[in-house]
Design a protein around this ligand. Structure first.
Ligand code: 13P
Length: 255
């Protein structure tokens, strides 16, 4: 269902103690009854997930997401973590197709399609990331690239499947660089993504999907970005590690 979401992707950061402190600071800021606020998703590293689920379980504004999962369910895949494992500890979301997974771990369309299937089969909501590199944007090929990323990983799904996906548009040139896409650039791409989904699944389905923006979101730019018609919140990296800044970003996602 389309809803405002602010998700923090902590990437490979924080010790266990630091992670619990950060989550506790957010929990004490946003009480269960505070309104209106977006859905808040915390995506810490794997070893902290179970305790994070436990810590947040009494505040329904918060959910916990993993940063990746295997395409396999079980078996001899040393070092991997599977969707059934995540489900069994109460994780609700999983980031898939992040540009860092694509760039450093060679993850591409067909594999991502399998990971999406594994997540959905276990009632996990994929936060599917797409986005172009700087070279592609300079070549003005960003729309085609992002459309093909969405197509390769998601268009095999039936309408009921794609309705369960959250999409995050994260231009690679804006990730961790301090260079944010302008609100206009974000809106343009989000509209392209929604239109592409509408072309395959119909307008109603496209309108029901949350499309988040990610890439150097901070307390100063979040409000303008989240105010765009097709931007339903953000997937935040660096700024989600700083409690005060992340609190401001969450507030910027209030309707
Ligand atoms: P930054 O917010 O640090 O640019 O990272 C964005 C991101 O990759 C979130 O998944």
């Amino acid at each position: 269902m389309r809803q405002k979401i602010v998700a923090g992707n902590w990437k490979m950061n924080k010790t266990y103690e630091e992670a619990l402190q950060l989550a506790s600071a957010l929990l004490s800021t946003f009480e269960q009854h505070d309104t209106p606020l977006p859905k808040i998703i915390l995506c810490p590293p794997f070893p902290y997930l179970a305790d994070m689920v436990n810590l947040t379980k009494n505040n329904s504004r918060f959910s916990v997401g993993a940063q990746n999962c295997s395409e396999h369910q079980w078996g001899a895949y040393t070092g991997e973590v599977s969707a059934p494992m995540l489900k069994s500890i109460g994780v609700k979301y999983v980031i898939l197709g992040h540009s860092e997974r694509r760039q450093y771990f060679g993850e591409e369309g067909p594999l991502l399609a399998q990971k999406v299937d594994a997540a959905l089969a276990n009632n996990l909501t994929p936060i599917f990331c797409c986005g172009e590199s700087l070279i592609v944007r300079e070549d003005n090929k960003q729309n085609d690239l992002v459309k093909s990323q969405v197509e390769e990983a998601l268009f095999h799904l039936p309408a009921e499947g794609i309705k369960k996906i959250v999409i995050a548009y994260e231009p690679v040139w804006a990730i961790g660089t301090g260079k944010t896409a302008t609100a206009q650039q974000a809106q343009e791409m989000h509209a392209v993504i929604r239109k592409h989904i509408a072309g395959r699944y119909g307008k109603e389905t496209a309108e029901s999907i949350s499309v988040l923006y990610g890439g150097s979101v901070n307390a100063a730019n979040a409000k303008e970005l989240f105010a765009c018609a097709d931007v339903d919140g953000g997937l935040v990296g660096g700024a989600s590690l700083k409690p005060n800044e992340f609190v401001e970003i969450i507030r910027a996602g209030s309707n």
